[in-house]
Design a protein around this ligand. Sequence first.
Ligand SMILES: *Cc1c(COP(=O)(O)O)cnc(C)c1O
Length: 216
Amino acid sequence: MEVASDFESLLHRWHSLHRELDSAGVRLVAVSKYASDEAVACLVDAGQKDFAESRPQALRNRARSWPVCAWHMIGPVQKNKAKYIGRYASIWHSVEDIEIAGQVARYVEGRVLPVLLQVNVTGNPRQHGIAVDEVTQLFEQINSMAQLRVDGLMCMASRDADARAAFRHLRCLRDELFGGSLGSLCMGMSGDYRIAIEEGATIVRLGTALFSDRCA
Ligand SMILES: *Cc1c(COP(=O)(O)O)cnc(C)c1O
């Protein structure tokens, strides 16, 4: 009984988020890192295509279970986990290191792996991502690899800072780098996705707002 009603509210949240984001032309990535396999299966059945995981092994396991979906890698990647990303990720959001990118590229076979550069727009030393003044260089380095292609930029706003300013900054960087609005702009999580959409996000990453009952 409890499980069924959980999924009922999950589906209700998914439908309403899906409607909202669809009408804004924004891609919804379901961040399933804390979600059960049952909850993932429920959304797959409903028609959700994009999911994100923050741990390479979890990404591999779920990509094997649901190969029809796109599995997005959103967490830090260590060298010894590079193979899981190269083999199983549909998109890799958290690129911040040329060496790790080179390791991942070694495992990409018969395709080109689209990636996003994670930018530390707030300059907060506790946050992941490359510094703003390193973006152009990493962009060129990654695009010189045959197996990887930079599709856009990604950031996380810090909780205590101005999210809108961070998103606006990332959008400017994207416009400069891609010469207009062609590159993806992946920004916005449960707490700030509406601001991100106002600032031009093309992809949002939602965990809590989708999977948690405590978040309306
Ligand atoms: C966990 C996570 C999310 C989802 O966060 P919510 O606030 O639960 O929506 C989004 N992006 C990244 C990089 C994450 O690690």
